[in-house]
Design a protein around this ligand. Sequence first.
Ligand SMILES: Nc1ncnc2c1ncn2[C@@H]1O[C@H](COP(=O)(O)OP(=O)(O)OP(=O)(O)O)[C@@H](O)[C@H]1O
Ligand SMILES: [Mg+2]
Length: 105
Amino acid sequence: MKMIVAIIRPERLQSVKAALTEAGISGMTIVPVRGRGSQAGIRFTTRVGSFCVDEIEKTMLEIVVEDDRKQDAIDAVRRSAATGSIGDGRIFVIPVEESLKVGGE
Ligand SMILES: Nc1ncnc2c1ncn2[C@@H]1O[C@H](COP(=O)(O)OP(=O)(O)OP(=O)(O)O)[C@@H](O)[C@H]1O
Ligand SMILES: [Mg+2]
């Protein structure tokens, strides 16, 4: 199994969930996060000076799938989360050893 950790724009969440559902992937954990990428934040210049916002609100999805669904999950996220502008997010793929239900036998 693999965990797809996708850090996306919060406003793309509904679209990403729909794309994953369409790909037959339903389980996920959704976490509000703050982060920075290779631009290390955004600098704003105003009349009275400039300031940098270096922690940008993002949404993190953790999606655990069988190995043979990994590429489908990645494709669905990329297709539905991308706007083409910088700051679209990142995807990390992490090996997962086991997945167990808490309840039941
Ligand atoms: N090296 C990293 N380690 C952990 N998290 C990261 C790393 N790089 C980016 N992130 C996370 O991904 C989020 C999205 O980053 P972002 O989309 O700006 O990536 P980028 O690599 O700078 O690409 P782009 O050029 O499109 O901006 C960040 O807010 C942060 O949460
Ligand atoms: Mg960036």
